[in-house]
Design a protein around this ligand. Structure first.
Ligand SMILES: *[C@@H]1O[C@H](CO)[C@@H](O)[C@H](O)[C@H]1NC(C)=O
Ligand SMILES: *[C@@H]1O[C@H](CO)[C@@H](O)[C@H](O)[C@H]1NC(C)=O
Length: 201
């Protein structure tokens, strides 16, 4: 009995050691770098500089709360993205995708948006976000589900906050506070070299 129990113990120890080494290798290979971006999206729903159009409007039943809205209303956006709240400040990208009034009973948008950056250290890179955001929620959260270029395999979350609404002009500004990480190896493969946690400066 004794020898077999001792060999079983040795085997268990060996398995633990193998698991620890595998974990350490995975950790070394999978080391990630934080990236923090604060960006502003500008929706213009009317006029010559329109960046957001209704694709679907009024097909579904009238919304319980959102006046003039219908469940399922969907807009396509191609918004200017800036790093300062001022719409006239330097553009650093475009936010392209869709919003859908995705709840019948709550003022909730289901969003699928890719932000293409056109300036700064991530010029030419994109990240994609998806989720469910309360229109008037100060701390709505959505997921960063991926990225390309220097943001390849990005992973993280963002807070989505409407900071300005001018109904008469059909203008909405949304602040995105984006917290993500990217693999260091992917950064190297993409030829990236940037300090961690940089903003767009
Ligand atoms: C961004 O990259 C493009 C393509 O490489 C380049 O033409 C453009 O000048 C860059 N923009 C900025 C602001 O660096
Ligand atoms: C990356 O950038 C830092 C800071 O700008 C610089 O000190 C470093 O030499 C760069 N590394 C490479 C490999 O280019």
């Amino acid at each position: 009995m004794a020898p077999s129990s001792s060999s079983a113990k040795q085997q268990r120890l060996l398995l633990v050691a193998v698991a620890v080494v595998a974990f350490l290798l995975a950790a070394a290979d999978g080391s990630r770098q934080p990236v923090h971006l604060r960006l502003y999206m500008h929706d213009v729903m009317r006029g010559p500089g329109t960046t957001a159009i209704h694709l679907i409007h009024g097909v579904g039943p009238p919304h319980d709360i959102e006046r003039g809205g219908y469940f399922g209303d969907t807009a396509a956006i191609d918004d200017v993205v800036t790093e300062e709240p001022d719409v006239g400040s330097r553009a650093v990208g475009r936010a392209q995708g869709t919003y859908m009034l995705g709840s019948q009973h709550e003022e909730v948008l289901v969003v699928a948006v890719t932000v293409a950056l056109t300036a700064g250290p991530y010029n030419g890179s994109t990240f994609s976000l998806a989720g469910r955001v309360g229109v008037y929620d100060d701390k709505a959260e959505a997921a960063v589900v991926g990225g390309t270029g220097r943001l390849r395999r990005a992973d993280g979350y963002l807070t989505w906050r409407m900071v300005k609404l001018v109904v008469s002009e059909g203008y909405v500004m949304v602040e995105l506070d984006v917290h993500m990480t990217v693999p260091v190896s992917a950064a190297a493969a993409a030829g990236g070299n940037w300090s961690s946690s940089v903003a767009m400066e």
